[in-house]
Unconditional design. Structure first.
Length: 143
């Protein structure tokens, strides 16, 4: 190796050090970990949501399948809400399959969607990128 490569090695060493420092900062900042405890009914609703593959057609927080609409804020959307959600579940509208949920299961799904609605806004345009690289979004239940 010629002496000419020395400055590059120096630059690479500095970049590696910065990379290490950046990772240390990012992984040791515990600022934005949102912890939500779900009620037993909401957990049941979440399991029903997964086992009946609602995900394959619907999105929560923008992720999921795209045959049906995003359900993040359906609980609080104007003109929608609990009864509206329940009405869809066993009726088989358009390409949505007709399910056969009991009242208790419908309540559980509504409870789950209520908790989802409380924690997120989708689409969320109110996001800030901070100097550390974290993206801070506004949560609905944040005072
Ligand atoms: C095969 C695809 C598919 C699956 C699986 C599916 N849906 Fe749907 N869903 C749809 C489509 C398409 C619509 C839109 C129907 C319309 O606009 O008339 C819809 C509409 C809805 C709506 C009303 C949305 C709105 O904003 O008006 C709710 C609530 C809903 N689905 C809940 C569920 C739940 C809960 C599950 C799982 C138990 C589920 N869906 C499974 C396709 C699906």
């Amino acid at each position: 190796m010629s002496n000419n490569s020395r400055p590059y090695l120096f630059v690479i060493a500095i970049l590696l050090a910065l990379f290490g420092f950046y990772n240390y900062v990012v992984y040791n900042t515990d600022g934005y970990v949102a912890v939500e405890k779900l009620s037993p009914a909401a957990v049941n609703g979440q399991q029903l949501f997964q086992s009946n593959r609602c995900w394959s057609c619907h999105q929560l927080y923008g992720s999921g399948g795209y045959l049906g609409p995003d359900l993040t804020n359906i609980y609080s959307a104007e003109g929608k809400g609990p009864n509206y959600i329940k009405a869809f579940l066993n009726s088989g509208v358009k390409s949505m399959p007709q399910f056969n949920f009991s009242e208790e299961e419908k309540d559980a799904l509504v409870e789950y969607l209520k908790r989802v609605d409380e924690t997120g806004i989708y689409p969320n345009y109110d996001a800030e990128i901070e100097a550390t690289g974290w993206v801070k979004i506004k949560y609905k239940n944040e005072k």
